[in-house]
Design a protein around this ligand. Sequence first.
Ligand code: HPA
Ligand code: ZN
Length: 330
Amino acid sequence: MNEIIEFIKKTPKAELHLHIEGTLEPNLLIKLAKRNNIKIPFANVDEVKFAYNFSNLESFLNIFYQGSKVLIKEQDFFDLTWAYILKCKEENIVHTEVFFDPQTHVNRGVNFDLVINGIHKALLKANKEFGLTSKIIMCFLRHLDEISAFKILDQALVHKDKIFGIGLDSSEKDHPPRKFERVFKKAIEKDFLTVAHAGEEGPSEYIWEALNLLKVKRIDHGVQCFQDEKLVQKLKIDQIPLTVCPLSNIKLRVFNTLQEHNLKKMLNAGLMVMINSDDPAYFDGYINKNYIETQKELNLSLREVKTLIINSFKSSFLDKEKKEYWIRQV
Ligand code: HPA
Ligand code: ZN
């Protein structure tokens, strides 16, 4: 087999942009719908897969939030997370930083505590059984208002020991980061690190807002940064990580094809980028497929692939010693 593909598969990697609800595979979705007696508009796995044909972020989110309705009990969140953990093992992901969207669940009557406990227990077991390390990042849904975000932040405070950071996701257009400046300020006062989706579909100004107003340590996606040369310089000088998700960008038509993706341009510009899977069950590809297809279509060299993987550790929230350990392994 191709030497670079072999390298991608066997090398330890960190994943920094992964929505746990986005790992809900069609077969688990059907199983949980039955187990919880939830009506879903799909009779079988093929029908689910057929529905996964998106024209933009909004059309994806509609189906994504529908799918999440089968998650009701702590065991469901545990099973969901455990299934992703088994993928991590298969794909040589040794460290993962997972997003979860509590408002998606709490707003349909599911208790916050059971959501976080299910996810956390699975990650704890994975750490004990095979050393997978992880951080949990709670995202606010940006299409909802500031009051809703404040309420969910209050609920998160009780679980400060389990939740490492705060993020921002959902529909980007017309929901600028500045809408959440005050709630992010409170989160920072409470000692959470912050990240935000910005410049996925939305304009480069949203990346500036995320940096300047939300004080983020990383930008999720950020592929629209080339609209503004000053911004590119800022991202380069400060080495702000951009958690790029190539297959997601194709499925949501941010780029028409992988060959047109600007990841290589970002690398050449000296930006701190790496590859992630975003919502792998919906975009048909976990991290290795993202690396392998991108490598092929953009003709990335072994050195470039190595840089991306090293960047995944550099950009993580691991401590300095663990980062150095994994970078030596790569
Ligand atoms: N963008 C915004 N919100 C999301 C995404 C995404 O790629 N995936 C899950 N929620
Ligand atoms: Zn995302």
